[in-house]
Design a protein around this ligand. Sequence first.
Ligand code: ADP
Ligand code: MG
Length: 240
Amino acid sequence: MTLDVRNLTVSYLRDARHTALAIDDVSFTLEAGTVLAVLGPSGSGKSTLLRAIAGLEVLDAGTVRWEGEDITRLPVHRRGFALMFQDGQLFTHRSVASNVAYALQIARMPAPQQRARVAELLELVGLAGFGDRRVTELSGGEQQRVALARALAARPRLLLLDEPLSSLDRELRERLGRDLRRILVETGTTALFVTHDQGEAVLVADRIAIMMDSHLVQSGTVAEVLDAPATPDIARFLGR
Ligand code: ADP
Ligand code: MG
């Protein structure tokens, strides 16, 4: 297994005297080239789980391994992971091309290779020829395409996406969801995708892990989970 998450627990201070668990003893594995949707209601701990895997949370317990190597204490920027959020968090003062090239600049890739890689990425996300535009001139969907190209630029070994389609209207969400699926498969990207929307999970993922009340309560292929929810609560959440 590529990503191995064991007993991950993160708490937060609820008030001066009480702590609560945002994620409680979460374990799962993710195989190379697989897209996993972490699906659950708002407040169930999905974003905390993603941030913990990225190295952005202080852990109470647990380990994160990548291809057998313990990376629990490795700093965020040395994990080789990329993150993408609901609002793409683009650099608004930069052009589309310069946003996409960001990680390549940091890696000091020579300019001609940067240009070629940026063109290839813009083509991949359906924005060929958009390089010189300002990101503020783009629609919400186009901005998320730029954010995806930027996240893929350095060929991350794991792509972590937190509700990347949630700010878009339904039609656009479906179109971009399908494209996202195609792009992840085409590039062979291993990805973990957080969403509260069952439709998005079905559209994008190979496997689903259900989070409820800080626990990972069921995981399996999309069909396994949807056809056989493990508890009445899960069935209710899935609308079965
Ligand atoms: P989700 O992404 O599924 O909506 P989150 O991981 O954002 O859930 O949050 C899980 C729970 O932990 C929620 O009850 C949230 O309010 C709480 N929580 C997470 N991080 C913090 C924090 N830094 N401070 C206070 N509460 C937090
Ligand atoms: Mg969240």
